[in-house]
Design a protein around this ligand. Structure first.
Ligand SMILES: Nc1nc2c(c(=O)[nH]1)N[C@H]1C(S)=C(S)[C@@H](COP(=O)(O)O)O[C@H]1N2
Ligand SMILES: [Mo]
Length: 320
């Protein structure tokens, strides 16, 4: 059998840009309809609750009240079952498939331009970091949005452990690679593993948060356990899940979606209602679990925290 490896530019549009194509309102409605039945069987709200997580005693963590929402927290029964996690499939209903992800043992590697490169077992990291809860908005580039009580620690605290060198300009992050447990990774036209990146200034901003829990419990697998990023002023694809490696680097890394379609999913990806995606408007959003649409805010409403990062960068396409 002949298998032809396609080049990036040969990828059919339906494969290169599925982020929006697989977004179907009826998926949410279907999920919402089935949940009461699951609850009656004792399966809801999160399948992950069945997994005996060794870090359970660390939760719930104290809430940091500096981060306030302008909307209700989205119910866990919705957010745990409506996900983007291409490692487990291109639909929004990957929660069950993601249960095959083994989150222990889990080692985070920190390497590159740092004084102290290290491999840390996730449970040692969790004990060493100051866990807190933050209520964050999340805005997917596909225009759905949610609000989640994440638990975790500032990315800056993680970087401080490894002591970045002066030559480090970017933080590159990588997801696990395991074609056996993650069927999506057998789809060779994607540039696995999932990679994302921030500038070192962005990574040092207090809003950049390493997430280890949600809803007062260890993070469920569908959210990207045991460690994911939350950068709520950027489109959701920047918030990389199930991180195994953080590298301090000199060159700007090419992220997963940027590699597939740079004109639609750029490096910066700052939320901006005034700059449409090439194929749809970003002016409004649908908050999962609510009806109607609401206006999207610049930097997803986090301008007071992050706008200063981008002064004198007018030439950069900050909002792609
Ligand atoms: N490794 C990995 N991280 C990922 C993704 C992914 O497919 N794989 N999807 C991204 C996108 S597009 C979004 S919107 C969020 C979704 O997070 P949620 O499923 O917790 O809502 O995860 C982001 N992080
Ligand atoms: Mo997304």
């Amino acid at each position: 059998m002949l298998i032809r490896r396609r080049k990036g530019w040969e990828i059919a549009e339906s494969q290169a840009t599925p982020e929006h194509l697989f977004f179907k309102r009826r998926d949410v409605l279907k999920a919402a309809a089935i949940l009461p039945a699951l609850a009656a069987l004792g399966v809801a709200p999160s399948l992950a609750d069945a997994f005996d997580d060794p870090s359970r005693a660390l939760y719930p963590a104290k809430r940091n009240e500096n981060f306030v929402l302008d909307r209700e927290v989205t119910p866990e029964r919705i957010t745990a079952h409506y996900n983007n996690f291409y490692e487990f499939g291109m639909s929004k209903t990957i929660a069950e498939a993601a249960e095959s992800l083994k989150t222990r043992p889990w080692t985070l590697k920190i390497d590159g331009l740092v004084e102290t490169p290290q491999d840390i077992a996730i449970d040692d990291l969790l004990k060493a970091m100051p866990l807190e809860e933050r209520l964050y908005r999340h805005r997917c580039v596909e225009t759905w949005a949610m609000a989640v009580p994440w638990t975790g620690f500032p990315l800056a605290a993680l970087l401080a452990r490894a002591k970045p060198l002066g030559s480090a300009k970017y933080v590159r992050m990588e997801t696990f690679l395991d074609r056996t447990t993650a069927p999506g990774q057998r789809q060779f036209w994607y540039p696995w593993p999932y990679v994302e990146g921030l500038t070192i200034e962005e990574a040092g901003n207090d809003l950049a948060f390493m997430v280890t829990g949600a809803y007062g419990k260890p993070l469920g697998k569908s959210y990207g356990a045991p460690l994911r990023l939350a950068v709520p002023w950027k489109y959701g694809f920047k918030s990389i899940k199930s991180i195994t490696r953080v590298s301090l680097v000199a060159e700007r890394p090419t992220s997963f979606w940027e590699h597939l379609q740079a004109s639609e999913y750029g490096f910066w990806a700052n939320v901006n209602p005034a700059v449409p995606h090439p194929r749809w408007s970003q002016a409004t959003e649908e908050v999962l679990g609510t009806s109607g649409r609401r206006p999207t805010q610049i930097y997803n409403g986090y301008g007071e925290f992050v706008a200063g990062l981008y002064t004198s960068m007018e030439k950069e396409p900050l909002f792609m």
